[in-house]
Design a protein around this ligand. Structure first.
Ligand code: MG
Length: 162
C-alpha cells in the first residue's frame, strides 16, 4: 500500500540592494538580492510550502516565523533540510519536484544545474527528479519578474507505509 500526496507552493520576494541573490540554494552574482528575513530564497520557500501542504503540516510562516531572530539571514536550504528530515522520518519520499522561477533578470539558465543538485541532495533524491524552469515575465505586470522573483513549486510524495 502506497499513499501519494501532491503539494503546491508559491512565494515571491522583491529585489533590494546590499543583499546576495540566493535561489534554489545557489548564490548568483547580481547587483540586487532579495529582501526578506532569511536569505529570501523564493524558490526554496515555495518548495517548503509544497512539502508542508502535501503533508497537511501548515505553512512556512508558521514553521519559521519572520519575527524569530533565529531565522534572520538563515540559509533556506538548511530550513528545507530540517522540514525534509521530519517528513522522511515519517516515511515520506520525493517522487518528483517541478518548479517555475519567474524573473526578467538575471539569466538563470547557467544556475539551473547547480540548483537541481543542491535541492536534490537536500531532499535525498537524484537531481533528475527536480526540475527548475526559469521564465521571464513577458507581458505580466511590472511588479512580477522585473522588481523581484516569484516561484511556484509542485511536489509529489509517496509513503509506502502510510
Ligand atoms: Mg519567502
Amino acid at each position: 500500500m502506497v499513499t501519494t500526496r501532491i503539494g503546491l507552493g508559491f512565494d515571491s520576494h522583491r529585489f533590494v540592494r546590499g543583499r546576495p541573490l540566493v535561489l534554489g540554494g545557489v548564490k548568483i552574482p547580481f547587483e540586487f538580492g532579495l529582501d526578506g528575513h532569511s536569505d529570501a530564497d523564493a524558490l526554496v520557500h515555495a518548495i517548503i510550502d509544497a512539502l508542508l501542504g502535501a503533508t497537511g503540516r501548515g505553512n512556512i510562516g508558521e514553521r519559521f516565523p519572520d519575527t524569530d531572530p533565529a531565522y534572520a539571514g538563515a540559509d533556506s536550504c538548511t530550513l528545507l533540510g530540517e522540514v525534509w528530515r521530519e517528513l522522511a522520518a515519517d516515511g515520506w519520499r520525493v517522487v518528483n519536484v517541478d518548479t517555475v522561477v519567474v524573473t526578467s533578470r538575471p539569466r538563470l539558465a547557467p544556475y539551473v544545474g547547480p540548483m537541481r543538485c543542491r535541492l536534490g541532495s537536500t531532499l535525498g533524491v537524484a537531481a533528475e527528479r527536480i526540475c527548475v524552469k526559469p521564465k521571464t515575465r513577458e507581458g505580466l505586470p511590472r511588479e512580477i519578474g522585473l522588481g523581484g522573483v516569484a516561484a511556484e513549486a509542485v511536489i509529489l510524495l509517496d509513503c509506502p507505509r502510510d
